[in-house]
Design a protein around this ligand. Sequence first.
Ligand SMILES: Cc1ncc(COP(=O)(O)O)c(C=O)c1O
Length: 459
Amino acid sequence: MESDGLKRSEASRLYELDRTHWLHPQGDLDAPAGSVPQLIFAGGRGATLTDIDGRDYIDGMASLWNVNVGYGRTVLADAAAEQMKALAFSSAYGGFGTAPAIQLATKLAELAPGDLEVTYFASGGAEANDTAYKIARLYWKLRGEPGRVNIVSRIRDYHGLTYGATSATGLANFWKGFEPLAPGFLHAPSPDPYRYSGEGSAGAGYVQALEQVVLDAGPQTVAAVVVEPVQGAGGVIVPPNDYFPLLRKLCDKYGLLLIADEVITGFGRTGRWFGMENWNVNADLMIFAKGVTSGYLPLSGVMLTHAIHDTLKSVKGPFAHGFTYSGHPTACAVGLRNLQIIEEERLVERVAENGAHLQRRLQELRSHEIVGDVRGLGLIAGVEFVRDRESKQLFDPVSGVARRVWLAAMESGVIFRPLGGDVIATSPPFVITIKEIDRLVEVLDAAISTVSKQLKSHA
Ligand SMILES: Cc1ncc(COP(=O)(O)O)c(C=O)c1O
Protein backbone atom coordinates (compact mmCIF):
# COMPACT_ATOMS: atom_id res chain seq x y z
CA MET A 1 0.00 0.00 0.00
CA GLU A 2 2.84 2.33 0.90
CA SER A 3 4.21 2.34 -2.64
CA ASP A 4 0.96 4.03 -3.75
CA GLY A 5 1.32 6.76 -1.19
CA LEU A 6 4.13 8.90 0.13
CA LYS A 7 6.90 7.29 2.17
CA ARG A 8 5.85 6.94 5.81
CA SER A 9 8.42 9.51 7.01
CA GLU A 10 7.33 12.09 4.41
CA ALA A 11 3.70 11.54 5.32
CA SER A 12 4.37 12.00 9.06
CA ARG A 13 6.23 15.20 8.33
CA LEU A 14 3.31 16.55 6.28
CA TYR A 15 0.85 15.74 9.08
CA GLU A 16 3.06 17.61 11.53
CA LEU A 17 3.58 20.64 9.27
CA ASP A 18 -0.17 20.77 8.72
CA ARG A 19 -0.85 20.95 12.47
CA THR A 20 1.85 23.59 12.93
CA HIS A 21 1.29 25.96 10.02
CA TRP A 22 -2.24 25.73 8.70
CA LEU A 23 -5.25 27.33 10.37
CA HIS A 24 -7.94 25.22 8.75
CA PRO A 25 -11.37 26.54 7.78
CA GLN A 26 -13.84 25.36 10.41
CA GLY A 27 -10.99 23.61 12.22
CA ASP A 28 -11.55 22.03 15.64
CA LEU A 29 -9.01 24.20 17.42
CA ASP A 30 -9.74 23.03 20.95
CA ALA A 31 -9.92 19.33 20.11
CA PRO A 32 -7.40 17.22 21.99
CA ALA A 33 -4.52 16.03 19.78
CA GLY A 34 -5.47 12.90 17.88
CA SER A 35 -9.22 13.30 18.42
CA VAL A 36 -9.83 14.87 15.00
CA PRO A 37 -9.14 12.67 12.01
CA GLN A 38 -6.39 14.18 9.93
CA LEU A 39 -6.55 13.17 6.30
CA ILE A 40 -4.31 14.51 3.57
CA PHE A 41 -5.72 13.75 0.15
CA ALA A 42 -3.51 13.26 -2.83
CA GLY A 43 -5.71 12.01 -5.63
CA GLY A 44 -9.21 11.25 -6.80
CA ARG A 45 -11.12 9.49 -9.54
CA GLY A 46 -14.88 9.41 -10.00
CA ALA A 47 -16.44 9.29 -6.53
CA THR A 48 -13.25 8.03 -4.86
CA LEU A 49 -10.65 10.04 -2.95
CA THR A 50 -7.19 8.68 -2.14
CA ASP A 51 -5.08 9.91 0.74
CA ILE A 52 -1.30 10.21 0.93
CA ASP A 53 -1.10 6.81 2.59
CA GLY A 54 -2.74 5.29 -0.49
CA ARG A 55 -6.06 4.62 1.22
CA ASP A 56 -9.26 4.96 -0.83
CA TYR A 57 -12.53 6.47 0.38
CA ILE A 58 -15.89 6.76 -1.29
CA ASP A 59 -16.53 10.46 -0.98
CA GLY A 60 -20.10 10.58 0.22
CA MET A 61 -19.90 14.40 0.36
CA ALA A 62 -18.39 15.30 -3.06
CA SER A 63 -15.90 17.16 -0.82
CA LEU A 64 -18.08 20.11 0.26
CA TRP A 65 -21.23 19.24 -1.72
CA ASN A 66 -19.43 20.48 -4.82
CA VAL A 67 -17.31 18.04 -6.82
CA ASN A 68 -20.39 17.06 -8.78
CA VAL A 69 -18.81 15.68 -11.95
CA GLY A 70 -16.37 13.69 -9.83
CA TYR A 71 -12.61 13.66 -9.47
CA GLY A 72 -9.98 13.25 -12.18
CA ARG A 73 -11.66 15.05 -15.08
CA THR A 74 -8.65 15.87 -17.23
CA VAL A 75 -10.81 17.78 -19.72
CA LEU A 76 -11.35 20.40 -17.02
CA ALA A 77 -7.60 20.62 -16.47
CA ASP A 78 -7.21 20.98 -20.24
CA ALA A 79 -9.81 23.76 -20.38
CA ALA A 80 -7.94 25.61 -17.62
CA ALA A 81 -4.54 25.07 -19.26
CA GLU A 82 -5.78 26.25 -22.65
CA GLN A 83 -7.25 29.42 -21.20
CA MET A 84 -4.21 30.05 -19.00
CA LYS A 85 -1.91 29.75 -21.98
CA ALA A 86 -4.01 32.20 -24.00
CA LEU A 87 -4.85 34.60 -21.17
CA ALA A 88 -4.90 33.41 -17.54
CA PHE A 89 -6.47 36.57 -16.20
CA SER A 90 -7.43 40.08 -17.09
CA SER A 91 -9.67 42.69 -15.53
CA ALA A 92 -13.44 42.55 -15.88
CA TYR A 93 -13.98 46.01 -14.39
CA GLY A 94 -16.04 48.50 -16.34
CA GLY A 95 -16.18 47.67 -20.02
CA PHE A 96 -13.34 45.11 -20.00
CA GLY A 97 -14.10 41.43 -20.43
CA THR A 98 -13.13 38.06 -21.88
CA ALA A 99 -14.92 35.53 -24.07
CA PRO A 100 -15.22 32.75 -21.43
CA ALA A 101 -17.02 35.05 -18.96
CA ILE A 102 -19.38 36.36 -21.65
CA GLN A 103 -20.07 32.83 -22.90
CA LEU A 104 -20.65 31.48 -19.41
CA ALA A 105 -23.05 34.33 -18.54
CA THR A 106 -24.92 33.53 -21.76
CA LYS A 107 -25.03 29.80 -20.99
CA LEU A 108 -26.30 30.48 -17.47
CA ALA A 109 -29.10 32.63 -18.87
CA GLU A 110 -30.11 29.67 -21.04
CA LEU A 111 -30.07 27.20 -18.11
CA ALA A 112 -31.50 29.29 -15.29
CA PRO A 113 -35.23 29.15 -14.57
CA GLY A 114 -37.69 32.03 -14.88
CA ASP A 115 -36.49 35.48 -15.83
CA LEU A 116 -32.95 35.14 -14.49
CA GLU A 117 -30.92 36.45 -17.40
CA VAL A 118 -27.94 38.44 -16.14
CA THR A 119 -24.97 37.24 -14.08
CA TYR A 120 -22.59 38.97 -11.71
CA PHE A 121 -19.56 36.72 -11.05
CA ALA A 122 -17.65 36.24 -7.80
CA SER A 123 -15.42 33.46 -6.47
CA GLY A 124 -17.17 31.85 -3.48
CA GLY A 125 -20.70 31.35 -2.22
CA ALA A 126 -20.36 33.85 0.63
CA GLU A 127 -19.12 36.60 -1.69
CA ALA A 128 -22.08 35.91 -3.95
CA ASN A 129 -24.45 36.12 -0.98
CA ASP A 130 -23.01 39.47 0.09
CA THR A 131 -23.37 40.66 -3.48
CA ALA A 132 -27.03 39.63 -3.61
CA TYR A 133 -27.82 41.48 -0.37
CA LYS A 134 -26.05 44.61 -1.63
CA ILE A 135 -27.92 44.43 -4.94
CA ALA A 136 -31.25 44.04 -3.10
CA ARG A 137 -30.58 47.14 -0.99
CA LEU A 138 -29.36 49.17 -3.94
CA TYR A 139 -32.39 48.09 -5.98
CA TRP A 140 -34.79 49.53 -3.40
CA LYS A 141 -32.83 52.76 -3.09
CA LEU A 142 -33.01 53.18 -6.86
CA ARG A 143 -36.73 52.39 -6.74
CA GLY A 144 -37.27 55.21 -4.23
CA GLU A 145 -37.77 53.03 -1.13
CA PRO A 146 -34.50 53.57 0.75
CA GLY A 147 -36.01 52.23 3.99
CA ARG A 148 -36.04 48.69 2.61
CA VAL A 149 -32.74 47.44 4.01
CA ASN A 150 -33.54 44.34 6.05
CA ILE A 151 -32.69 40.92 4.72
CA VAL A 152 -34.83 38.14 6.16
CA SER A 153 -33.04 34.82 6.29
CA ARG A 154 -34.00 31.72 8.20
CA ILE A 155 -32.81 29.97 11.30
CA ARG A 156 -30.45 27.10 10.42
CA ASP A 157 -29.89 28.32 6.83
CA TYR A 158 -26.21 28.55 5.89
CA HIS A 159 -25.06 31.29 3.54
CA GLY A 160 -21.30 31.37 4.11
CA LEU A 161 -18.93 33.19 6.39
CA THR A 162 -18.00 36.64 5.08
CA TYR A 163 -19.51 39.27 7.41
CA GLY A 164 -22.75 39.74 5.49
CA ALA A 165 -23.19 36.03 4.90
CA THR A 166 -22.31 35.20 8.52
CA SER A 167 -25.00 37.64 9.59
CA ALA A 168 -27.54 36.04 7.28
CA THR A 169 -26.56 32.52 8.32
CA GLY A 170 -29.03 31.26 10.89
CA LEU A 171 -26.65 29.02 12.84
CA ALA A 172 -25.56 30.73 16.05
CA ASN A 173 -22.36 28.70 16.36
CA PHE A 174 -21.01 30.72 13.42
CA TRP A 175 -21.71 34.02 15.20
CA LYS A 176 -20.06 33.25 18.53
CA GLY A 177 -16.88 35.24 19.06
CA PHE A 178 -17.27 37.27 15.86
CA GLU A 179 -19.98 39.67 16.99
CA PRO A 180 -21.22 42.27 16.40
CA LEU A 181 -22.91 40.94 13.30
CA ALA A 182 -23.78 43.25 10.43
CA PRO A 183 -27.01 45.20 11.01
CA GLY A 184 -30.13 44.60 8.94
CA PHE A 185 -30.44 40.81 9.12
CA LEU A 186 -33.55 39.18 10.60
CA HIS A 187 -34.04 35.47 11.18
CA ALA A 188 -37.31 33.64 10.70
CA PRO A 189 -38.06 29.98 11.46
CA SER A 190 -37.34 27.60 8.59
CA PRO A 191 -39.40 24.55 7.69
CA ASP A 192 -38.77 21.39 9.63
CA PRO A 193 -41.56 19.01 8.58
CA TYR A 194 -40.27 16.28 10.90
CA ARG A 195 -40.85 18.43 13.95
CA TYR A 196 -43.84 20.50 12.86
CA SER A 197 -46.54 20.43 15.51
CA GLY A 198 -48.69 23.40 14.48
CA GLU A 199 -52.18 23.39 12.99
CA GLY A 200 -52.81 22.81 9.28
CA SER A 201 -50.15 22.39 6.64
CA ALA A 202 -46.53 22.66 7.74
CA GLY A 203 -45.70 24.77 4.68
CA ALA A 204 -48.37 27.34 5.53
CA GLY A 205 -47.34 27.31 9.19
CA TYR A 206 -43.73 28.13 8.41
CA VAL A 207 -44.63 30.82 5.86
CA GLN A 208 -46.88 32.42 8.49
CA ALA A 209 -43.98 32.38 10.95
CA LEU A 210 -41.81 34.17 8.38
CA GLU A 211 -44.60 36.66 7.68
CA GLN A 212 -44.68 37.50 11.39
CA VAL A 213 -40.99 38.46 11.25
CA VAL A 214 -41.72 40.71 8.24
CA LEU A 215 -44.70 42.30 10.02
CA ASP A 216 -42.77 42.84 13.26
CA ALA A 217 -40.01 44.66 11.36
CA GLY A 218 -42.50 46.48 9.11
CA PRO A 219 -42.75 45.25 5.49
CA GLN A 220 -41.57 48.63 4.22
CA THR A 221 -38.19 47.97 5.95
CA VAL A 222 -37.64 44.60 4.28
CA ALA A 223 -35.64 44.34 1.04
CA ALA A 224 -35.50 40.59 0.48
CA VAL A 225 -35.94 37.09 1.78
CA VAL A 226 -33.06 34.67 1.22
CA VAL A 227 -33.62 30.91 1.28
CA GLU A 228 -31.83 27.66 0.60
CA PRO A 229 -34.15 25.52 -1.56
CA VAL A 230 -33.01 22.46 0.41
CA GLN A 231 -31.27 23.36 3.61
CA GLY A 232 -27.77 21.86 3.55
CA ALA A 233 -25.46 22.52 6.49
CA GLY A 234 -28.46 23.22 8.75
CA GLY A 235 -29.53 19.57 8.59
CA VAL A 236 -30.50 18.65 5.02
CA ILE A 237 -34.13 19.69 5.29
CA VAL A 238 -36.48 19.49 2.33
CA PRO A 239 -39.43 21.88 2.75
CA PRO A 240 -43.05 20.73 2.45
CA ASN A 241 -44.33 21.02 -1.14
CA ASP A 242 -46.56 24.02 -0.48
CA TYR A 243 -43.83 26.04 1.27
CA PHE A 244 -42.12 27.79 -1.65
CA PRO A 245 -45.29 28.56 -3.65
CA LEU A 246 -46.72 30.16 -0.49
CA LEU A 247 -43.48 31.99 0.23
CA ARG A 248 -43.47 33.39 -3.33
CA LYS A 249 -47.01 34.68 -2.73
CA LEU A 250 -45.93 36.26 0.53
CA CYS A 251 -43.00 38.02 -1.17
CA ASP A 252 -45.36 39.33 -3.86
CA LYS A 253 -47.84 40.52 -1.24
CA TYR A 254 -45.25 42.75 0.45
CA GLY A 255 -43.09 43.46 -2.62
CA LEU A 256 -40.08 41.57 -1.23
CA LEU A 257 -37.35 40.18 -3.47
CA LEU A 258 -36.94 36.42 -3.21
CA ILE A 259 -33.30 35.34 -3.28
CA ALA A 260 -32.62 31.62 -3.84
CA ASP A 261 -29.26 30.49 -2.49
CA GLU A 262 -28.62 27.60 -4.88
CA VAL A 263 -24.99 27.18 -3.84
CA ILE A 264 -25.58 23.49 -3.01
CA THR A 265 -28.72 22.81 -5.02
CA GLY A 266 -27.67 24.47 -8.29
CA PHE A 267 -26.62 22.50 -11.39
CA GLY A 268 -28.37 19.23 -10.65
CA ARG A 269 -27.94 18.18 -7.03
CA THR A 270 -31.67 17.63 -6.44
CA GLY A 271 -32.35 15.95 -9.79
CA ARG A 272 -33.39 19.25 -11.42
CA TRP A 273 -31.01 21.83 -12.84
CA PHE A 274 -31.93 24.18 -9.97
CA GLY A 275 -33.53 23.38 -6.64
CA MET A 276 -36.42 25.84 -6.91
CA GLU A 277 -37.58 24.04 -10.06
CA ASN A 278 -38.81 21.23 -7.81
CA TRP A 279 -41.62 23.58 -6.79
CA ASN A 280 -41.89 25.66 -10.00
CA VAL A 281 -41.11 28.81 -8.07
CA ASN A 282 -39.11 31.64 -9.63
CA ALA A 283 -36.68 33.71 -7.63
CA ASP A 284 -35.77 37.34 -8.33
CA LEU A 285 -32.10 36.74 -7.59
CA MET A 286 -30.26 33.44 -7.59
CA ILE A 287 -26.93 32.70 -5.97
CA PHE A 288 -24.76 29.91 -7.34
CA ALA A 289 -21.23 28.62 -6.63
CA LYS A 290 -19.80 25.14 -5.99
CA GLY A 291 -21.34 23.03 -8.78
CA VAL A 292 -20.76 25.61 -11.53
CA THR A 293 -17.16 24.36 -11.80
CA SER A 294 -17.59 21.19 -9.70
CA GLY A 295 -14.93 22.76 -7.48
CA TYR A 296 -12.18 22.53 -10.10
CA LEU A 297 -11.68 26.29 -9.69
CA PRO A 298 -13.39 28.78 -7.38
CA LEU A 299 -16.32 30.49 -9.09
CA SER A 300 -19.69 31.81 -7.96
CA GLY A 301 -22.20 34.41 -8.91
CA VAL A 302 -25.57 36.05 -8.61
CA MET A 303 -28.15 35.92 -11.38
CA LEU A 304 -30.69 38.68 -11.68
CA THR A 305 -33.81 39.28 -13.70
CA HIS A 306 -33.80 41.81 -16.51
CA ALA A 307 -36.18 43.93 -14.41
CA ILE A 308 -33.64 44.18 -11.57
CA HIS A 309 -30.80 44.71 -14.04
CA ASP A 310 -32.74 47.56 -15.68
CA THR A 311 -33.29 49.20 -12.30
CA LEU A 312 -29.57 48.94 -11.48
CA LYS A 313 -28.83 50.79 -14.72
CA SER A 314 -30.38 53.90 -13.19
CA VAL A 315 -27.53 54.16 -10.66
CA LYS A 316 -25.67 57.45 -10.88
CA GLY A 317 -22.03 56.73 -11.61
CA PRO A 318 -20.42 53.29 -11.61
CA PHE A 319 -21.82 50.19 -9.92
CA ALA A 320 -19.53 50.43 -6.89
CA HIS A 321 -19.18 46.73 -6.25
CA GLY A 322 -16.60 44.32 -7.61
CA PHE A 323 -13.92 41.80 -6.78
CA THR A 324 -10.59 41.38 -8.53
CA TYR A 325 -11.61 37.89 -9.54
CA SER A 326 -15.16 38.67 -10.70
CA GLY A 327 -15.43 36.93 -14.06
CA HIS A 328 -12.04 35.21 -13.82
CA PRO A 329 -11.52 33.92 -17.39
CA THR A 330 -9.85 30.63 -16.42
CA ALA A 331 -12.52 29.82 -13.84
CA CYS A 332 -15.23 30.69 -16.39
CA ALA A 333 -13.61 28.48 -19.05
CA VAL A 334 -13.66 25.59 -16.57
CA GLY A 335 -17.27 26.43 -15.65
CA LEU A 336 -18.32 26.26 -19.30
CA ARG A 337 -16.60 22.91 -19.82
CA ASN A 338 -18.09 21.55 -16.59
CA LEU A 339 -21.62 22.49 -17.67
CA GLN A 340 -20.93 20.81 -21.00
CA ILE A 341 -20.03 17.59 -19.14
CA ILE A 342 -23.25 17.78 -17.11
CA GLU A 343 -25.28 18.20 -20.30
CA GLU A 344 -23.45 15.65 -22.45
CA GLU A 345 -23.45 12.95 -19.80
CA ARG A 346 -27.04 13.75 -18.79
CA LEU A 347 -25.90 13.97 -15.19
CA VAL A 348 -29.00 15.79 -13.95
CA GLU A 349 -31.16 12.88 -15.16
CA ARG A 350 -28.66 10.50 -13.58
CA VAL A 351 -28.99 12.30 -10.24
CA ALA A 352 -32.78 11.93 -10.45
CA GLU A 353 -32.49 8.18 -11.12
CA ASN A 354 -29.61 7.24 -8.85
CA GLY A 355 -30.84 9.71 -6.25
CA ALA A 356 -34.14 7.86 -6.06
CA HIS A 357 -32.16 4.67 -5.40
CA LEU A 358 -30.11 6.38 -2.68
CA GLN A 359 -33.22 7.79 -0.98
CA ARG A 360 -34.96 4.40 -1.10
CA ARG A 361 -31.99 2.56 0.34
CA LEU A 362 -31.47 5.12 3.09
CA GLN A 363 -35.04 4.59 4.28
CA GLU A 364 -33.90 1.10 5.41
CA LEU A 365 -31.93 2.83 8.17
CA ARG A 366 -35.20 3.54 9.96
CA SER A 367 -34.86 0.02 11.37
CA HIS A 368 -32.36 1.49 13.84
CA GLU A 369 -34.07 2.75 16.99
CA ILE A 370 -31.84 5.84 17.13
CA VAL A 371 -32.77 6.97 13.62
CA GLY A 372 -35.54 9.53 13.90
CA ASP A 373 -35.77 10.84 10.36
CA VAL A 374 -34.36 10.05 6.93
CA ARG A 375 -34.88 12.73 4.29
CA GLY A 376 -33.50 14.11 1.09
CA LEU A 377 -34.00 14.85 -2.58
CA GLY A 378 -31.89 13.64 -5.51
CA LEU A 379 -28.34 13.08 -4.35
CA ILE A 380 -28.54 14.97 -1.07
CA ALA A 381 -29.77 13.31 2.10
CA GLY A 382 -29.69 13.50 5.87
CA VAL A 383 -30.26 11.01 8.67
CA GLU A 384 -31.27 12.50 12.02
CA PHE A 385 -30.53 10.69 15.27
CA VAL A 386 -32.84 10.92 18.28
CA ARG A 387 -32.76 9.55 21.81
CA ASP A 388 -36.47 8.90 21.71
CA ARG A 389 -38.59 8.58 18.59
CA GLU A 390 -41.84 9.46 20.35
CA SER A 391 -40.65 12.82 21.73
CA LYS A 392 -38.04 13.32 18.94
CA GLN A 393 -35.70 14.39 21.71
CA LEU A 394 -32.04 14.59 20.70
CA PHE A 395 -29.19 12.90 22.53
CA ASP A 396 -27.23 15.29 24.70
CA PRO A 397 -24.63 17.07 22.56
CA VAL A 398 -21.75 15.29 24.31
CA SER A 399 -22.95 12.00 22.81
CA GLY A 400 -22.52 13.51 19.32
CA VAL A 401 -24.06 10.48 17.63
CA ALA A 402 -23.67 11.82 14.08
CA ARG A 403 -20.03 12.55 14.77
CA ARG A 404 -19.42 9.05 16.06
CA VAL A 405 -21.20 7.53 13.08
CA TRP A 406 -19.09 9.71 10.80
CA LEU A 407 -15.88 8.43 12.42
CA ALA A 408 -16.99 4.79 12.27
CA ALA A 409 -17.93 5.10 8.59
CA MET A 410 -14.63 6.75 7.77
CA GLU A 411 -12.83 3.77 9.32
CA SER A 412 -14.67 1.66 6.74
CA GLY A 413 -13.69 3.95 3.88
CA VAL A 414 -16.75 6.17 3.35
CA ILE A 415 -16.80 9.90 4.05
CA PHE A 416 -20.02 11.50 5.31
CA ARG A 417 -20.43 14.77 7.22
CA PRO A 418 -21.85 15.24 10.71
CA LEU A 419 -24.05 18.34 11.10
CA GLY A 420 -25.50 20.13 14.11
CA GLY A 421 -28.87 18.78 15.24
CA ASP A 422 -27.29 15.31 15.18
CA VAL A 423 -27.69 14.74 11.46
CA ILE A 424 -25.34 12.83 9.21
CA ALA A 425 -25.30 14.12 5.66
CA THR A 426 -24.44 12.67 2.30
CA SER A 427 -24.13 14.49 -1.02
CA PRO A 428 -21.95 12.35 -3.30
CA PRO A 429 -20.60 13.17 -6.76
CA PHE A 430 -23.23 12.78 -9.50
CA VAL A 431 -21.09 10.04 -11.08
CA ILE A 432 -21.38 7.73 -8.07
CA THR A 433 -22.43 4.28 -9.27
CA ILE A 434 -25.31 2.20 -7.93
CA LYS A 435 -22.76 -0.24 -6.53
CA GLU A 436 -21.00 2.58 -4.69
CA ILE A 437 -24.33 3.90 -3.39
CA ASP A 438 -25.11 0.44 -2.03
CA ARG A 439 -21.72 0.26 -0.35
CA LEU A 440 -22.20 3.78 1.09
CA VAL A 441 -25.56 2.78 2.62
CA GLU A 442 -24.21 -0.52 3.94
CA VAL A 443 -21.25 1.21 5.60
CA LEU A 444 -23.59 3.78 7.14
CA ASP A 445 -25.87 1.01 8.36
CA ALA A 446 -22.95 -0.81 10.00
CA ALA A 447 -21.63 2.44 11.53
CA ILE A 448 -25.04 3.19 13.06
CA SER A 449 -25.15 -0.37 14.49
CA THR A 450 -21.72 0.10 16.05
CA VAL A 451 -22.68 3.42 17.64
CA SER A 452 -26.08 2.07 18.80
CA LYS A 453 -24.26 -0.74 20.62
CA GLN A 454 -21.84 1.74 22.23
CA LEU A 455 -24.76 3.89 23.40
CA LYS A 456 -26.55 0.84 24.86
CA SER A 457 -23.46 -0.36 26.66
CA HIS A 458 -23.04 3.10 28.26
CA ALA A 459 -26.72 3.49 29.14
C1 LIG B 1 -26.15 27.19 0.73
C2 LIG B 1 -24.78 27.76 0.85
N1 LIG B 1 -24.60 29.07 0.63
C3 LIG B 1 -23.38 29.63 0.71
C4 LIG B 1 -22.28 28.88 1.02
C5 LIG B 1 -20.94 29.54 1.14
O1 LIG B 1 -20.12 29.21 0.09
P1 LIG B 1 -18.54 29.45 0.21
O2 LIG B 1 -18.05 28.53 1.28
O3 LIG B 1 -18.05 29.13 -1.17
O4 LIG B 1 -18.35 30.88 0.56
C6 LIG B 1 -22.41 27.51 1.24
C7 LIG B 1 -21.23 26.68 1.56
O5 LIG B 1 -21.32 25.53 1.92
C8 LIG B 1 -23.70 26.94 1.17
O6 LIG B 1 -23.87 25.64 1.43
